[in-house]
Design a binder for this molecule. Structure first.
Ligand SMILES: Nc1ncnc2c1ncn2[C@@H]1O[C@H](COP(=O)(O)OP(=O)(O)OP(=O)(O)O)[C@@H](O)[C@H]1O
Length: 254
C-alpha cells in the first residue's frame, strides 16, 4: 500500500481562547507539489510548526511515509528527512558553491559523520557528476567557484533550495520561497522548481504569490480561520465559489 508522503489528521491548536487550528487534515501525495494558501491569520504558520515538530498540537497526528512521527522532536523529524530550506548561515562561507554542494551529498550518504569528518572525507571524483547536475538544474553553474556571500538574492535562494535537496530529504517544505525576490528572480525560481525538482520529491509549498501557486501546484489546500475551506486541483480551487468569496477575490493577481 502506498502511504501519503505526509499525513496530518485532526490537528487542533489553541492559544488560550483562540482556536488557531480546528481539526485540520492535510495529505501530501508522493511526488506531488501541494500548496497551502490562505489569508493572514488563517493558521498556515501554526500548521507548519506542528508539522516540523516545533509546536505540539492539542490534538491530532502527523505521519511521514506512513510512520507516526507525532511524538518526535523537530531534530528527529529533520533526520528522518522532513527538510526545510537551509539558510545561508548554515553553509560553509569559506567554501565555493561547488564544495558546499559536495559536502551536502557526502553528509546525505554518510549521515553519522561529524561536520569535520564530512569535510575530511569529501571525495570530489565520487560525487562530481551529481554536483554538476545540481549546478545545472539550479542554474548555478556560472557561479560554481564563488563563495555563498557573493551571490545575488535570487542565486542565494536557489542555492538554499539546492542544498536542501542535496541533503536527500523525504519531503521538502518550501515556506514562502518567493518572498522578497524581484519578478525576474521569482520567475527563474518557479522555472527551477518546475524543471529541476517537481516529480522527484514531494513538496509542501506555502506561498502568497498566487500566479506561482497555480503554476507549481498539483493540489491546493485553502485555509481560512483555522479550518480547511477547500482542497483540490488548481482548476477546482480557481472555480470554487466558496474560495472566490472567502479569499481569492481579494487577490489582485488572481
Ligand atoms: N504564539 C501565538 N500566541 C497567540 N496566538 C497566536 C500565536 N501564533 C499564532 N496565533 C494566532 O493563531 C492564528 C493563526 O496564525 P498563523 O500565524 O498560523 O496564520 P498564518 O496563516 O500563518 O498567517 P500569515 O499568512 O500572516 O503568516 C491567528 O489568529 C494568530 O493571531
Amino acid at each position: 500500500m502506498t502511504h501519503p508522503a505526509l499525513d496530518m489528521r485532526g490537528i487542533t491548536v489553541r492559544f488560550g481562547g483562540i482556536l488557531a487550528l480546528n481539526e485540520v487534515n492535510l495529505s501530501l501525495a508522493p511526488g506531488s507539489v501541494h500548496a497551502l494558501i490562505g489569508p493572514n491569520g488563517a493558521g498556515k504558520t501554526t500548521l507548519v510548526s506542528v508539522l516540523s515538530g516545533e509546536r505540539r498540537p492539542n490534538q491530532g497526528t502527523v505521519s511521514l511515509n506512513g510512520r507516526d512521527i507525532s511524538g518526535l522532536s523537530a531534530l528527529r523529524r529533520a533526520r528522518l528527512g522532513l527538510t526545510r530550506t537551509y539558510q545561508l548561515t548554515a553553509l560553509f562561507q569559506g567554501l565555493s558553491l561547488r564544495e558546499n554542494l559536495l559536502l551536502s551529498l557526502v553528509a546525505r550518504d554518510q549521515p553519522s559523520l561529524s561536520a569535520l569528518d564530512i569535510f575530511r572525507r569529501r571525495d570530489k571524483a565520487r560525487h562530481a557528476a551529481e554536483v554538476e547536475d545540481f549546478l545545472n538544474r539550479f542554474a548555478l553553474r556560472d557561479k560554481a567557484g564563488e563563495k555563498p556571500a557573493s551571490l545575488s538574492h535570487g542565486d542565494r535562494r536557489r542555492l538554499e533550495i539546492a542544498m536542501a535537496l542535496a541533503s536527500g530529504p523525504e519531503v521538502l517544505l518550501l515556506d514562502e520561497p518567493l518572498a522578497g525576490l524581484s519578478t525576474s528572480d521569482a520567475e527563474a525560481l518557479v522555472r527551477t522548481i518546475n524543471e529541476g525538482i517537481r516529480g522527484r520529491i514531494p513538496i509542501l509549498l506555502i506561498e502568497h504569490d498566487m500566479d506561482a501557486v497555480f503554476q507549481l501546484s498539483d493540489e491546493i489546500t485553502v485555509m481560512v480561520n483555522g479550518t480547511v475551506l477547500a482542497n483540490g486541483k488548481p482548476d477546482e480551487i480557481r472555480a470554487s465559489p466558496e474560495v472566490q468569496a472567502a479569499y481569492l477575490s481579494e487577490e489582485d493577481d488572481f
